[in-house]
Design a protein. Sequence first.
Length: 414
Amino acid sequence: MKWGWVFLGALLSLGSLSWGEKGLEIPEYDGKDRVHDLNAKNYKSVMKKYDVMVIYYHAHVENNKNAQKAFEMEELALELAAQVLDDIDDEDIGFGLVDEKKDLSVAKKLGLDEVESIYIFIDNEIIEYDGELAADTLVEFLYDVIEDPVEIIDNERELKGFHNIDEDIKLVGYFKSEKSFLIAKLMFFVHIQIAKKLNMKLNEVDFYEPFMEEPVTIPGKPYTEAELVDYIEEHDRPTLRKLEPHSMYETWEDDIDGEHIVAFAEEDDPDGFEFLEILKEVARENTDNPDLSIIWIDPDDFSLLVPYWEKTFGIDLGSPQIGVVDVEDADSVWMEMDDDEDMPTADELEDWIEDVLSGKIDPDDDDDDDDDDDDDDDDDDDDDDDDDDDDDDDDDDEDDDNDDDDDDDDDDDE
């Protein structure tokens, strides 16, 4: 995992703004060292002190000023996160650093295998954090990790809130007893009144894909824990998924044949909202297609990356965009949309996506065009060389003719 895109994000999370009133003060790093340098001698004793341990397995920093400065920014983001979480009463959360070169033995013992990744140790489990290294994003993720993972839905208001969560995978179960061991693997648990409204049967688990209105009942009940986990892992690539700061790298690495269909749309913008609704419609119509997965990016969530994306892809993110991107070289092809006209219809968008999936629209075609241009240039060079050779031959012939004429003149004089 690389953090290069988001170094500035750490700075944004360290603002020292003062609003002049109590209650709206952004945390400022207080200078206290809370992040531990873990090594073979101290890592066991340090980790025993905490209920949750957050470890950044970082690249070894050589005598390179740029690398040192980047690492200092990363460490500063961790320090601020540790400071913010220091006041939590229910959980003691520790932060540590493991150097890939100096602390290799520690990394092996802890099962750290990906450099520049963050690992969270909690309840005998290891969770890999695959988002941006910014204090606010990391703290938000850790809050989700330590809170009770199961929400109990037992009234109409909570059911409405459940339906309003459409960007995430949802797993909801209906069991007779809340003590069932399967409850711990669910996100939501419903009582009988709500189960009836969701058309659920006893001992049933329903799987909601992001942005889908209707769930899929997981087959094979009564379930085992392993069966639930396997099903979720097999269906963790939704038809339409949102790029989130806390999982951006994991999502981007999950490409299909080296490509992503990417849609940019601001949800709070009228055109962006309209385009997003069209995307949802297309996704719902094609949810059974295993080859289709669209990544939706709200530019407002990644303000620092907007100039980079616009320059790299040659697009204007002031309006909705959809294209196919090669993850290796960032070559891309984007659907033509006129800003002055209506958004494409669901049928038009579906036709464009079908052309992408069939290979009619392919970002690699740009590489072929470049190769053709190179070939044309080579041919032109060859033609120029041939012309030069012909000119040289003509000049030689003219010289020979002139020599012959001179000889004839000499003969006449004699």
